[in-house]
Design a binder for this molecule. Structure first.
Ligand code: TYM
Length: 328
């Protein structure tokens, strides 16, 4: 059984981009392998977040993931900071990575831009991410398109470590969906939909009620002209709506475009499709919100299992670099 690993930051309510780019795949393929899904609370500390917010969002994210269809009897759902092997392996990998390659990461440049003081953790963020993956010998990593470069770095670090110290890590592969890998902001369709977006109207949360979804899709920014065509370069707004429709209902965005003669008609169908797609997710989330004790128990069980898997891999890496064995 292939080992599958992926992670998500507890940085707010999950949105349609998270769902279509990543989480839907996690749920769909959880039974195809030995799947681990992680709420990466340590990654959230790279930007400013209040302690109470972090606590609340960690639970909310767990609820969102379970609501989106993760089955704790099938996959392992856990919190990153509950498994300290992630951070210990990070150090070994930080001594494998170079400052130059971390500084060149697109997300580091974007997230650090304009900040008076950039946290060192923001620079080393992708190394922690590599450790998340490598500490489980993960083969497949289902992510959206924005994580492509970080995955490449994880592969580079695994291969470099293996060359330097002998075969230690599995070199992981990104699994990126053909459609929905880069959902754009509805108000600024040249920017990806993001939890930290400046335009709340541009982001559809998984928990948005139907009337809110309809309102946001109706207000979505469109492009000059009025022909419905799929061309992300010249028609980013309409192309994003077509991509959302394709991801929600199947088919390809270009084919779907042929069935529409007006923007309004397309928007109605996108809104209907998203309302239908998210209705069961929203229902399950509401049920779980009433039962946080069960969610904490699921996370505890997951952390215990993950810890058991991570320990031997970390020991292998420690031995490879020449750290002496720890006495029990
Ligand atoms: P995060 O928390 O930003 O996003 C979680 C997942 O959602 C995907 N995603 C999107 N997909 C399509 N369109 C969008 N607009 C969109 N926005 C987000 C992301 O690609 C991701 O798959 N660094 C990671 C978390 C992480 C991780 C890992 C992932 C930490 N360690 C190890 C995989 C393996 C992040 O910040 O994702």
């Amino acid at each position: 059984m292939a080992r599958i690993f992926s992670g998500i930051q507890p940085s707010g309510t999950l949105h349609v981009g998270n769902y279509l780019g990543a989480v839907r795949q996690w749920a769909a393929t959880q039974a195809d392998g030995d799947a681990l899904y992680c709420i990466v609370d340590l990654h959230a500390l790279t930007l400013d977040i209040a302690p109470d917010e972090l606590r609340a969002r960690t639970l909310d994210t767990a609820i969102g993931l379970l609501g989106a269809g993760l089955d704790p009897d099938v996959c392992t759902l856990f919190v990153q900071s509950h498994v300290p092997e992630h951070t210990e392996l990070t150090w070994l990998l930080e001594c494998t990575a170079s400052y130059g390659e971390l500084r060149r990461m697109t997300q580091f440049k974007e997230k650090g831009a304009g900040q008076e003081s950039v946290r060192a953790g923001l620079l080393t963020y992708p190394v922690l991410m590599a450790a998340d993956i490598l500490v489980y010998d993960a083969e497949h990593v289902p992510v959206g398109d924005d994580q492509r470069q970080h995955l490449e770095l994880a592969r580079t670090l695994a291969a470099r470590f293996n060359t330097r110290y002998g075969d230690t890590f599995v070199v992981p592969e990104a699994v990126i969906p053909a459609i929905g890998a880069r959902v754009m902001d509805l108000q600024q369709p040249t920017r990806k939909m993001s939890k930290s977006t400046a335009t709340p109207l541009g982001t559809i949360a998984m928990t948005d009620p139907p009337e809110e979804i309809v309102r946001k899709v109706r207000k979505a920014v469109t492009d000059v002209g009025n022909d419905v065509a799929y061309d992300p370069d010249t028609k980013p707004g309409i192309s994003n709506l077509l991509e959302l429709l394709a991801a929600a209902t199947g088919g390809s965005p270009a084919q779907l475009a042929a069935g529409y003669s007006s923007y309004g008609q397309l928007k109605n169908d996108v809104a209907d499709a998203l309302v239908e797609l998210l209705a069961p997710v929203r229902r399950r989330i509401a049920e779980l919100e009433a039962d946080p004790g069960t969610v904490h128990a699921i996370l505890d069980k997951g952390s215990h299992k993950a810890h058991g898997l991570a320990t031997p891999v970390l020991d292998r890496a420690r031995a490879a670099v020449g750290l002496t064995a720890r006495r029990p």
